[in-house]
Design a protein. Structure first.
Length: 297
């Protein structure tokens, strides 16, 4: 019997971007068999493979240390974008430079310099973006992460990171993405914990497939256990509800997607993230049947 569910992912796996997300619906499904189920959710908006792996691994280690048996734990993650990147920063000068530049940024933002439990300092400081929105940060440092570096154009080392590969999703970024996926997979195998892998978009798995013969990717690819993996992306799958093909899904603007959604809540009000009915569709069409085949639900 599953007694502990550990989940992880990016904004496709957490509030406020996703209401009644896949992880919440999985929790309800598992509670049909065990009303005492406990849940540790590590998802956070904008984070990529590095932090997804670290946070889920930490949660598993703590669960085992607290007396859970490996067979009582189910870890289920939804991997994020290939190109996302994280750094641990505690240099006061760099922290100040990051924060001082934020009033120039006009876009979506989250608290920064968090720890591996998504917590900020007991006495956080605050910064504002160009819109006047205020966000907390740990003045002593922590994890700084980004989708593509756009919010940190004033930080030279971040911009240089995105210049290192010839292509946006270059070999270096694919290697880092796959290395973290394999690391969590192999850790779970070593500990005897069941891990289920999902992907938020098709391109994350496609990046790996397209470069699987590259020397830097192949040795990791050959370690993958695809038996515990749903390779179709959630985002493209939800476009079946809009009668939009997978290869056209990313071409729609948020406004066009909202118009096609017609307030049915397949997608959230931002026109991008899964809505309540979209998450339900994903679970009933992909996740739950997959888990039933594994005799996990």
């Amino acid at each position: 019997m599953i007694k502990l569910l550990i989940t992880g992912g990016c904004s496709f796996s957490c509030k406020p971007d996703c209401e009644d997300g896949w992880h919440e619906q999985l929790e309800l499904k598992l509670k049909e068999s065990n009303s005492e189920l406990k849940v540790v959710h590590t998802g956070f908006g904008s984070q990529g493979q590095e932090l997804i792996q670290k946070k889920v691994m930490l949660a598993i280690i703590e669960a085992l240390s607290n007396g859970y048996k490996p067979e009582e734990i189910l870890a289920t993650v939804m991997w994020s974008g290939t190109y996302r990147k994280a750094w641990y920063i505690d240099n006061p000068g760099i922290i100040k430079e990051v924060v001082d530049g934020m009033p120039k940024f006009n876009g979506g933002m989250t608290p920064i310099f968090l720890d591996l439990k998504n917590k900020n300092a007991d006495n956080p400081a605050y910064f504002k973006t160009a819109s006047g929105s205020e966000f907390a940060y740990n003045p002593n440092g922590g994890w700084l992460f980004t989708v593509n570096g756009s919010e940190y154009r004033h930080m030279e080392f971040i911009q240089q990171h995105y210049m290192l590969d010839c292509n946006y999703n270059g070999i270096g970024k694919i290697h880092l993405s796959l290395e973290n996926i394999v690391m969590l997979q192999n850790f779970c195998k070593l500990q005897g914990v069941t891990l289920i892998n999902q992907f938020f978009m098709d391109f994350v798995w496609q990046d790996i497939e397209d470069h699987k013969h590259d020397l830097n990717i192949n040795y990791l690819y050959r370690q993958l256990d695809c038996e515990n993996m749903i390779v179709e992306g959630m985002f493209e799958t939800l476009h079946e509800l809009l009668n939009v093909s997978r290869n056209q899904a990313r071409d729609l603007t948020h406004a066009e997607r909202l118009k096609l959604d017609d307030n049915r809540r397949y997608f959230s009000r931002d026109g991008f993230h899964p809505g309540p009915l979209g998450s339900k569709f994903w679970c009933e069409k992909k996740l739950f049947p997959f888990l039933q085949c594994k005799q996990l639900i």
